[in-house]
Design a protein around this ligand. Structure first.
Ligand code: DCP
Ligand code: MG
Length: 445
């Protein structure tokens, strides 16, 4: 493969810092022409990321006894008691039962009257949907700190695709542990998690050690993990199929996996292939995040208000670098750039512009933000806060509108450079490599 040196000095002057800025003495190595050794290191990191990314890691999270747990959270005196949420009338059914109530045989969808009979000492509470929605929004917000690829299935469960989050946040297992801890400390509830290479297996895994469970299925371990589980655990398999399989002597998912595909197709038609693949843990469905709330941005409130043009521009560049990195990490590009300016008197204005094509390039974001800044009173009025965000997002892989005036070659180079820079920053800390203009700013601080 032909290796072309990226002409770094055209866009950024690379300055590598060996020490984290917080770590006392700061040594700087100015290397306008990156040394071959450094280029190789960057290429290796980049390569490692790409290899790792081929293996999907999906986390499924599901709150424990959700409605009932929220009720206990709001009334701590109920902790440890059988709490049953639901009904509204005696003809109603149970929505949620605390794990204490489940020991009496109470579960969701059971008629309330039956639940009362099974558990006379139970605490029966009405459904407070608004409150559960509120808690759900806070939980989903925690999930979204680790990936934008969050697909909520209901108020209390979601799939997270953390494949691309690992360079920054560590292995999927670690992300799952951290999220569990944050849900516990920030919200006061427990959530069970399953980590696997597909949605199907992650969801089965999260259910396995409830409550407060964490089940990891290593890459390639899907089939073995599923083999001894009863066929009923295979979600997406309806009652009718389950009964038919039962008649064929299929008890476990492993039993199903051993049946020849032809036999399953003969019996179930197209669904036969689905059953066969599911039994082997094969499921290529993507995590599909909600589209609405997608914007990527960052803002900074300054220790001292800014008035000098060069200070404002330097901060804009710093913001653009962060937003660009974040966009690339999430694998999205944005078309609408919004600049937010808060003046010293707390008055705030925003200015937006829509580009002809979506971007994740900090240079372009910075240029656009600079033009937007000129349409504000920044400088004439001292600035307390600046923010840049990109909306109108599209997946980076999506077909990009061709820019007739930009040579495609330069674009490919820039993307290669971004990947290398992101890889180094992910590995050595977000300030390891900064545009030269920002380094000057760092020196003054
Ligand atoms: N729910 C409902 N009616 C049902 C099932 C569920 O109203 N038939 C509501 C109440 C649950 C919430 O949805 O609290 C989440 O459903 P889950 O199936 O995740 O059940 P829980 O969270 O209550 O329990 P767990 O997930 O620990 O088994
Ligand atoms: Mg639940």
């Amino acid at each position: 493969m032909e290796r072309k040196d990226v002409n770094l000095s055209t866009l950024l002057k690379i300055t590598e810092r060996r020490h984290h800025p917080c770590a006392g003495a700061r040594v700087r190595y100015d290397t306008p022409q990156a040394s071959p050794a450094r280029r190789t290191a960057a290429a290796n990191i980049s390569q490692a990321n790409m290899t790792a990314n081929r293996e999907r890691r999906i986390i499924h999270l599901d709150m424990d006894a959700f409605y009932a747990s929220v009720e206990v959270l709001d009334q701590p005196a109920l902790r440890g008691r059988p709490v049953i949420v639901g009904g509204g009338s005696e003809r109603g059914v149970v929505s949620a039962a605390s794990y204490e109530a489940r020991r009496f045989g109470v579960h969701s969808a059971l008629p309330i009257a039956t639940a009362r009979r099974l558990c006379p000492e139970g605490v029966f509470l009405p459904v407070r949907m608004e409150r559960y929605r509120e808690v759900s929004a806070r939980i989903m917000e925690i999930f979204r700190r680790y990936t934008p690829l969050v697909e909520p299935l209901s108020l209390d469960e979601a799939f997270l695709d953390v494949t691309g989050s690992r360079p920054l946040f560590g292995p999927a297992e670690e992300i799952a542990r951290t999220i569990k801890e944050l849900v516990r400390t920030e919200i006061g509830l427990t959530v069970s998690a399953g980590v696997a290479g597909s949605k199907l297996v992650a969801k089965i895994a999260s259910d396995l050690r409830k409550p407060d469970g964490l089940t990891l299925v290593p890459p390639g371990g899907e089939r073995e993990f599923l083999a001894n589980l009863p066929i009923g655990k295979l979600w997406g398999v309806g009652q009718a199929s389950r009964e038919a399989l039962g008649l064929m002597g299929v008890r476990t998912i492993g039993d199903l996996g051993r049946l020849p595909l032809s036999l399953l197709e003969g019996k179930f038609g197209k669904h036969g292939r689905h059953l066969h693949e599911a039994a082997l843990g094969i499921d290529n469905r993507e995590v599909e995040p909600e589209r609405e709330m997608k914007s990527v941005g960052h803002e900074e409130t300054f220790a001292a208000d800014l008035t000098r043009r060069q200070d404002l521009e330097r901060e804009l560049l710093a913001l653009a670098v962060r937003v660009g990195r974040r966009l690339r990490r999430y694998g999205v590009r944005g078309r609408t750039v919004t600049l937010k300016v808060k003046y010293h008197d707390f008055k705030q204005v925003t200015r937006s512009a829509t580009l002809t094509a979506a971007t994740d390039d900090e240079g372009e974001i910075c240029r656009e933000a600079g033009e937007l800044l000129a349409r504000t009173e920044a400088g004439r009025k001292p600035v307390r806060l600046l923010g840049i965000s990109l909306a109108n997002l599209a997946e980076a892989g999506a077909a990009r509108q061709l820019d007739l005036f930009a040579p495609g070659h330069g674009q490919a180079k820039k993307e290669g450079l971004h990947r290398a820079l992101d890889a180094i920053n992910d590995k050595y800390g977000s300030r390891s490599i900064l545009p030269a203009a920002l380094m000057e700013g760092e020196e003054e601080k």
